[in-house]
Unconditional design. Structure first.
Lengths: 629, 382
């Protein structure tokens, strides 16, 4: 019995010690594993733990404001009040929404979206109910806050354009980031970020955008923010100062009224644009809030093209405003002088073709200044034939026609100054002399934009420098703004005497008793303008119609009416302002466009914005006014 | 033969004598380990005694009382109770089939109203008692015969199969391993273990087919946790990150970022060791493992000094199951074993586990108190 017991015990002891040894060995394995994880791999896991818990959140910088030359704000950031719901803070989402619906209307579609979003997100993530609340709504919600568990108001920023319609084409607008815009800048991927989509907002987007700040937050496994560890504030976008005078711009737009067209006013000494009006316009604020399909369709299908910036993207036949180009080309080529006369009997025959003057009975004996002031077509047919299309084209390009200025706006069109080589290449037919004649009165292939016409007049008025038109005080190099200089502008290279002759013709347009725009003269001491009318035909007048009676514009559908043009500068001595007015299908240049140009030039000289450098505030301008008077 | 207590030879020892001779060192170790648990539960609740720490303390109190009662009772009583306890465990397992609550995707608890009973925990103790009773009753020579082993094999496989049906692969394997350890201690021949090992390897392909999808996934994920960091591998990855980022000295009490930001799953139960190692580092983790090593060593020492085969087998069986639980849990959170929902004894939050562990220690102390009691084959003293 005892021996057996002792056997059993010895046997057990042996096996127990083996088992215990095994257990001790396994404990050793655990200790070794701990050493491996906590000492050998500790750095790696410490990093992983930080990556787990630390999230970088970008702080959106506020977008730079855009102001006119006197500091009048044109694009600002307004507070955007949003009402949000956080589902974890409300016992019953539907009930809370019902109560909220008494304060602000919530449509069934919106309600469905809100419920869908709250189910989709984690319960501590706020879901937007509505944006762009007004103050009254915010106040009502705040007052009722105790009855609205889970409802909160959040303030963000939205772009707002105080003078929205007046400067819409220049400023453009901002819109949500589309997948095509994503370029690695993480700011673009932050929720609710808006990017410049058109106009200056687009062109100067990088400078206006600013630099993002960053907030390091500690999050838990569900992504809930526990606390902020570090915050680096971003940098707001830079202020963009325009050369425009928004009051003058509004004046010009109102003067155009219901007409479709463009008014471009430019500083003759610097090339700074003071107005750049395109009518009709649109409200870019609607784009910030998102446009309905119906609104968008209305804008796109409107035959007067409100979205199109006609000042830079509208290509029109210049009509008789082109005659200064032909005259200068001829003077420079030496094919005529002030004494050279041609006889106008109302038409000119060239081979089989018959070319009419706008005046059926003819002008009689015409010399250069008379040709300009009375806009004799036959005279310019003769001049064009002598000077040739090549030299006309050269002069046109020297005056700023036929090419883009790379002004700061998207959508600029180059117009067209035709050459025989161009016609051969594009149409595949040789140039014929008749086309030179037609080009000589700014018809046919010739196309110009209102901006180009304004620059043309400004260069004629300036006489020395080939001015470059611009809209902003500074130019942008990536995100940096650098002040512009006018020092390195190329010389115009046109004989001053020849310019005097052409300007004399333009002066007579408003001052001579037979000038085509005599009725639109300013008539005030030291403020008179010199100009040139233009009436661009958009239809072909048949031989039969001409035999009976040429139809008046009022008798034609809108689309078939002539474009009315007028280009001018003022004052006559030391010109400071140049203007180009184009009224689409407006009728005659002298009747429709010239009065508008006159009013704009008069107003410009009264306000005299060019006397103040862009960036002058309205306050300092007011004080200068007082010391002057 | 006289009965001796701790070297004293007396016919009937008083309760006072028994109290004096209790293994107070073991009690201290248990208290120390449980206190580590309280601290971690306090931390898991972000520095709050509620909801876990206070309740765990109450359970320890109740469990300690039960432990002392169990320790005082004569070993022969436990020998007589061995088969009924085993049968009760089986019944409870059967009951869980019909009325168990669904928790963690498996039926594991019986809701007794005041208490959530986990029958597999009861079974663990019942099996150790029953196997100790069985091997106590047979001769060393008979253990070599397979016919004598069929009954204990059935005793192991019956509960293992029922636990597997719940389904709880982890506990089923623990049950089999406890049984295996008992066989080893009882003196079953080495070649039989070898044969079983070969059979198991051969059965792996068949077994794979019978596993549930999530069980297969857990094993696959265990093989390569990085393959699926947001899915099943998430728990293991996050646990390893927590441990590793703790470093040598840890992030400090209540400072564990992984656990307090909820990257760590079930930090108050299965992953409590991870939290401990994150906040107290390698040193804290090793110290805790040291406590466990002492507890296990204590158990082995008690078993070696016991003169009855029942006592020896009971003591070391209970010690081994205690060891298995702690090893599997710690190995699991360190990514050495698949995630199998096994708590860390004495530290993890949980009522049944605490109670069964303490009753186990009670039995261990009873063995220690009655180490010189002679028990014959049928369970009597003469």
């Amino acid at each position: 019995m005892h021996r057996r017991d002792n056997d059993l015990q010895r046997h057990f002891t042996r096996r127990a010690l083996v088992l215990g040894g095994g257990q001790a060995a396994l404990m050793g394995v655990l200790a070794a594993r701990m050493y491996y994880l906590q000492v050998v791999e500790a750095d790696r896991y410490a990093l992983l733990a930080d990556e787990n818990r630390i999230n970088m959140r970008l702080l959106q910088p506020s977008r730079g404001t855009i102001v006119d030359r006197f500091g009048v704000p044109l694009a600002i950031n307004r507070q955007n009040y949003r009402v949000l719901i956080t589902s974890e803070n409300t016992p019953d989402i539907e009930q809370t929404l019902n109560r909220l619906a008494h304060i602000i209307p919530i449509s069934d579609d919106e309600r469905a979206r809100i419920l869908r979003d709250t189910h989709k997100r984690r319960n501590f993530v706020p879901v937007t109910i509505r944006e762009f609340l007004d103050w009254e709504e915010v106040a009502k919600i705040e007052v009722n806050a105790p009855d609205l568990p889970g409802i909160s108001i959040d303030v963000g920023q939205r772009r707002f354009y105080p003078d929205s319609v007046t400067v819409a084409h220049v400023l453009g607008y901002v819109a949500s980031v589309s997948p095509d815009d994503i370029n690695g800048d993480p700011l673009l991927e932050t929720p609710g970020f808006r990017i410049g989509r058109s106009g200056l907002e687009k062109k100067y987007d990088l400078a206006l955008r600013g630099r993002a700040g960053a907030s390091q937050v500690e999050v838990n496994a569900l992504g809930r923010v526990i606390r902020e560890l570090e915050r680096k504030e971003g940098q707001s976008g830079q202020e963009l100062v325009l050369t425009l005078d928004v009051e003058l711009q509004r004046f010009a737009a109102e003067r155009l009224g219901e007409e479709s067209g463009a008014v471009v006013l430019i500083d003759v000494e610097t090339g700074a644009l003071l107005t750049l009006v395109s009518n009709p316009s649109f409200d870019p604020n609607n784009f910030t809030e998102g446009l309905s399909t119906a609104q968008w369709q209305a804008l796109v299908n409107n035959e007067r093209a409100p979205l199109r910036n006609k000042a830079i993207a509208g290509e029109f036949s210049p009509g008789s405003t082109f005659k200064m180009v032909v005259a200068l080309a001829a003077l420079e080529a030496g094919v005529l002088d002030t004494e050279t006369t041609f006889f106008c009997n109302g038409k000119l025959r060239l081979g089989d073709g018959l070319f009419h003057c706008w005046k059926r009975e003819g002008h009689g004996k015409v010399h250069l200044t008379r040709g300009i002031r009375e806009s004799c077509d036959v005279y310019f047919y003769e001049v064009s034939r002598r000077v040739g299309i090549e030299r006309i084209g050269d002069m046109a390009r020297r005056l700023g026609l036929g090419a883009n200025f790379d002004i700061d706006l998207p959508g600029e069109r180059p117009g067209l100054i035709p050459t025989p080589a161009w016609k051969q290449a594009v149409i595949g037919e040789p140039w014929v002399t008749g086309e030179t004649l037609v080009s000589g009165i700014g018809q046919g292939f010739v196309l110009t934009t209102p901006l180009q016409l304004a620059v043309m007049v400004a260069r004629i008025a300036n006489g020395k420098k080939a001015l470059q038109p611009h809209l902003t005080r500074d130019r942008a190099v990536d995100a940096t703004l650098i002040a512009r200089t006018t020092d390195d502008l190329p010389d115009l290279g046109i004989n001053a005497r020849h310019l005097d002759i052409v300007r004399q013709g333009m002066i007579e347009v408003t001052t001579h008793e037979r000038g085509t725009a005599r009725r639109s003269r300013i008539g005030e001491e030291g403020m008179e303008m010199a100009g040139k009318t233009g009436t661009a035909q958009v239809r072909r007048i048949t031989r039969r119609e001409r035999a009976v009676r040429v139809l008046k514009n009022e008798e034609l559908p809108w689309k078939a009416r002539d474009h009315a043009l007028f280009v001018a500068y003022a004052p006559l001595e030391k010109p400071r302002y140049a203007v180009a007015v184009v009224v689409e299908h407006g009728g005659s240049g002298s009747k429709v466009a010239a009065p508008i140009a006159r009013d704009v030039l008069r107003e410009a000289q009264l306000r005299d914005p060019a006397a103040f450098a862009p960036g002058t505030t309205t306050a300092s301008r007011a004080s200068t006014d007082t010391t002057d008077s | 033969m006289s009965v001796r207590y701790g070297g004293l030879s007396r016919a009937e020892p008083s309760l006072g004598d028994k109290l004096i001779h209790l293994n107070w060192g073991l009690v201290l170790l248990i208290l120390a380990t449980a206190s580590v648990g309280f601290a971690m539960l306090y931390s898991a609740a972000n520095g709050d005694l509620n909801p876990w720490a206070t309740r765990q303390m109450a359970r320890l109190g109740v469990g300690m009382v039960a432990m002392f009662i169990v320790a005082m009772i004569d070993l022969r009583f436990w020998l007589r109770l061995a088969y009924p306890a085993y049968a009760a465990g089986l019944l409870l397992l059967a009951a869980v089939e019909f009325m168990g609550s669904i928790g963690m995707g498996a039926q594991r608890w019986l809701d007794l109203g005041f208490f959530q009973l986990q029958p597999s925990e009861v079974m663990k103790v019942g099996l150790v008692m029953a196997l100790a009773r069985y091997f106590h009753g047979i001769e060393l020579e008979d253990i070599g015969r397979i016919s004598y082993l069929l009954i204990p094999i059935a005793m192991i496989l019956a509960p293992a199969a029922m636990v597997l049906r719940q389904p709880d692969l982890g506990t089923a394997m623990v049950v089999v391993m406890i049984g295996g350890a008992m066989f080893w201690l009882a003196g079953v021949r080495l070649w039989m273990f070898a044969a079983v090992a070969v059979a198991v390897v051969a059965a792996i392909p068949v077994g794979w087919q019978t596993l549930h999808g999530y069980q297969r996934q857990r094993i696959l994920t265990f093989m390569n946790p990085e393959s699926d960091p947001l899915g099943s591998g998430y728990h293991i990855m996050q646990s390893k990150i927590a441990l590793g980022s703790g470093g040598v000295f840890g992030k400090g009490f209540l400072q564990g970022t992984q656990s307090h930001l909820n990257f760590l799953p079930e930090k108050q139960t299965d992953f409590i060791f991870t939290m401990l190692a994150e906040e107290f580092g390698l040193l804290g983790g090793l110290a805790t493992l040291g406590l466990y090593l002492l507890l296990v060593a204590y158990g082995i020492a008690i078993s070696l000094r016991c003169r009855s085969q029942f006592g020896r087998l009971l003591a070391l069986g209970i010690t081994t199951s205690f060891f298995l639980y702690l090893f599997i849990n710690v190995a699991m959170v360190m990514g050495l074993l698949p995630v199998v929902g096994v708590p860390l004894p004495l530290i993890s939050y949980g009522g049944t586990a605490m109670l069964t562990v303490l009753i186990g220690f009670g039995l261990l102390m009873s063995v220690s108190l009655h180490r010189d009691t002679y028990i014959n084959r049928r369970g009597g003293s003469n």
